[in-house]
Design a protein around this ligand. Structure first.
Ligand SMILES: [Zn+2]
Length: 54
């Protein structure tokens, strides 16, 4: 699943949402801290982080 990074424009908090592409299309993202809908997606990091366990 892709991870989507966002930054809240109100409180400047960074947060990450993990959801499918279809969910992302319809999702209304809210800041988890202040519940603002004014969030900006950070497109720099778009891929799911794959953690390899050794
Ligand atoms: Zn916020």
């Amino acid at each position: 699943m892709p991870t989507y990074e966002y930054r809240c424009r109100k409180c400047q908090k960074d947060f990450v949402e993990v959801m499918s592409m279809a969910e992302h299309d319809q999702a209304k993202i809210q800041c988890p801290a202040c519940k603002s809908g004014e969030v900006a997606q950070q497109y720099s990091v778009f891929y799911a982080k794959t953690s390899k366990k050794s």
